[in-house]
Design a protein around this ligand. Structure first.
Ligand code: TEU
Ligand code: CA
Length: 520
């Protein structure tokens, strides 16, 4: 049945809920705001939405610190607003997937509050990872693990014990050896499935399970972000025990036909990565190789080959991502300004020509750049915890400009939005771009429509053509469509065929620098 499943070649659209559309003018995006923009998303031509966490939360990590996973935070609406959003999205032929955060809770979750108020060794503490300290007097953390947001992964509580947090101290890690923890996640899954969701995005899906004895990190992986360093394993992530959790999740989903789960799996070893996508585990796993590749044909090609190769043994489709809410927007990564835009236009044609599943990040279809926010505006915990050496992730989370000439451009009627929207974005509004056939938005709409209508975009394997240095061309096997990309400094001849769509003006019959085309 999976061979025909809707998600195998779907285009998902990630909605960063705080930043999408504000219905009640408090300056923060919300569920009713999303509902009011479903017409736009249908016009854009996406198949499904991924909503970032909207659950009850004190918002220490903007919702990735969940205090109640089975309720909507009043900031974003309520359960009735969620039900209305699901119903309307379905009426617009779009599916809804939601974020799950099983690695940790908020420190305000009733479980963690109970753990703080209970003694060492209690049942309440056993839902989290509490340990006695190291050093002769227990004043040192239990091991040398670091938090991905900076500093030690341990915080000490009043009675002297320490608790583990791979992210902020407001995000204590759950103890997945405790059956209460998995029973609770199963309840959360059913809660949202019964409300009609079509699937889940699983946060830190390679985390959750921890090795029983919590061995020290190898000094060579200290200070990295959990990515495997060649043959050196990072004990914080990708513990074998995590697979049992994914099998529980899959079993629950299988009782709701047509639903799916995609995991955030930051594991670079192909074999270990492939263990997550199986008929009895995750349907899909993100890979971030296109995020890591520069605008360079060789790097992009090797990212593509690698990603396809990693999932081939599993028979599951690859996934493609250029941007998300954790990384610098790709227009800026590619050089910014007109050059960044031109390259981003080329890369969306590459991405949409590939076999598998595409994840778009809200605002990329408008060509939004990362924003250099003033320091007073920064809110991301990674800014605080880095000791202000890193600017954090706010720059890719600025509210979406919809219409009009004055910030926040229809995102809200309140001028004080949670992050300020730059004045220059009056040229980038959805309203302006819908009218302009040369806009980024028009390119996305056209390419998404062609992707649906071209039978040639169906085959699962790629065939590469010989191409000049700095260029590549591939065809989906069994189909007619060829995609060619030029990242070199000079125009190059095109493969034979008729041009279906190009990311920018052609140079006579030649493909100019920073440009991609589809040919049939
Ligand atoms: O991200 C996990 C993760 O590994 C990345 O956050 C990355 O290490 C980080 O962005 C570096 O700054 C997920 C979510 O996508 C992220 O937004 C959350 O902050 C994080 O989990 C904690 O829940
Ligand atoms: Ca609001």
């Amino acid at each position: 049945a999976d061979e025909a499943a809707w998600w195998r070649d779907a285009v998902f659209y990630q909605v960063y809920v705080r930043s999408f559309a504000d219905s009640n003018n408090d300056g923060i995006g919300d569920l009713d705001g999303i509902r009011s923009r479903l017409g736009y998303l249908e016009l854009l031509g996406v198949d499904a939405l991924w909503l970032t966490p909207f659950y009850r939360s004190p918002m220490a990590d903007h919702g990735y610190d969940v205090a109640d996973p089975r309720d909507v935070d009043p900031m974003f609406g309520d359960l009735a607003a969620f039900d209305a959003l699901v119903a309307d999205a379905h009426a617009h032929n779009m599916r809804i997937t939601v974020d799950l955060v099983p690695n940790h809770t908020s420190d305000r979750h009733p479980w963690f509050q109970a753990a703080l108020n209970s003694p060492p060794g209690s049942r309440e503490r056993a839902r989290y990872v509490f340990r006695d300290g190291g050093g002769y007097d227990g004043s040192q953390p239990p091991n040398n693990w670091t938090s991905l947001f900076g500093g030690p992964a341990w915080t000490r509580v009043r009675d002297g014990q320490w608790f583990l947090h791979l992210f902020a101290p407001e995000q204590p890690d759950l103890n997945w050896d405790n059956p209460e923890v998995s029973a609770d996640l199963e309840q959360t899954l059913r809660f949202w499935l019964d409300r009609g969701v079509d699937g889940f995005r699983i946060d830190v899906a390679h985390g959750m399970a921890k090795p029983y004895d919590l061995p020290n990190m190898d000094p060579r992986v200290l200070g990295t972000s959990g990515v495997l360093h060649d043959d050196v394993r990072d004990p914080r992530f990708d513990d074998d025990g995590v697979h049992e959790i994914h099998r529980m999740i899959r079993k629950t989903l299988d009782a709701y036909p047509g639903t799916m789960a995609v995991g955030e799996v930051w594991v670079t070893d192909d074999e270990r990565f492939a263990r997550y996508v199986r008929p009895d585990e995750l349907h899909l796993a993100f890979n971030f190789r296109l995020v890591e590749a520069g605008f360079d044909a060789d790097q992009v090609r090797s990212a593509i080959d690698h990603s396809i190769g990693a999932v081939a043994p599993s028979g599951t489709p690859p996934t493609w991502t250029l941007s998300n809410h954790d990384v610098v927007r790709h227009v800026s990564r590619y050089g910014g300004g007109d050059l960044g835009l031109k390259r981003a236009r080329a890369m969306i044609l590459v991405e949409l020509a590939l076999p598998g599943v595409v994840y778009l990040y809200n605002g990329e279809e408008l060509g939004l750049p990362n924003v250099e926010l003033p320091e007073w505006a920064l809110q991301d915990p990674t800014w605080e915890r880095s000791g202000h050496t890193e600017r954090g992730r706010d720059g890719c989370r600025v509210p979406i400009p919809w219409e009009g000439g004055v910030p926040p451009f229809g995102f809200s009627e309140n001028a004080h939005t949670w992050l300020p929207v730059p004045n220059e974005w009056h040229d980038l509004t959805a309203e302006v771009q819908l009218e302009d056939p040369g806009s980024m938005l028009s390119l996305y709409r056209h390419a998404l429509e062609l992707r649906k209508s071209q039978p040639g975009v169906a085959g699962d394997e790629l065939e590469w053509y010989g191409a000049p240095p700095g260029c590549f061309a591939f065809r989906r096997k069994g189909g007619g469509l060829i995609c060619a990309l030029n990242t070199s400094g000079a125009s190059v001849p095109l493969p034979p065929g008729e041009i279906l769509i190009s990311s920018g003006p052609m140079d006579g019959a030649q493909l100019p620098p920073d440009t991609a085309v589809w040919l049939v």
